[in-house]
Design a protein. Sequence first.
Length: 205
Amino acid sequence: MSLASVALATARTLLNDDNATVWTDPVLIPKLQEAHRELQTDLWLVGSPVVREVTSPILVPANSTDLGTNQPLDLVTPTALKEADSANSTTWEDMTEVNYIPFNVAKSNKLIYWAWRGEKILFLGSTAPRYVIVFYRKLIPIPATANDPIGIIFGELYLGARTAALAAGSVGNKEVYDTVTALAKANFEKVVSANRGQQKPIFKP
């Protein structure tokens, strides 16, 4: 995968500043980071697998009401959970998402419910150990320096143009902003295609 430096160099070319006279790395990196956040969000909206993840079976001890340190560090938001009585089970049951864990329901030997509150996956708890699998939206690390990886195949195609657009917009250059924004949108479809694997084509609505 490409480094952030590739997207930064592309942005400078689009801004006609290849020698980094005005648009140095320290000036452009915050704009690249914003563009990276936008790209991850847009990839999520079109259902791209590059921002989706699933865990291996995670043990939830009896009476535990969350995953503790076993909650994935790159988790942005969970989308579904399944549970079973064994990590090697061939029968995984769908759990029910609720806004709040019910307080008037007695614990059983299954977890049944889960809620996403305060950036934690919460449970009512069960009277027996259970295993869960978490399906979730993941966070791709956002580059902090020019030498950091982008983390998205062909992501530099979008990030270079979008970074240039944000830079131009920050100084009120609407003409350049509009031009490179259009380029970023066109390049987004290429990024989607490059990261969809064997999925059917998907397009930004």
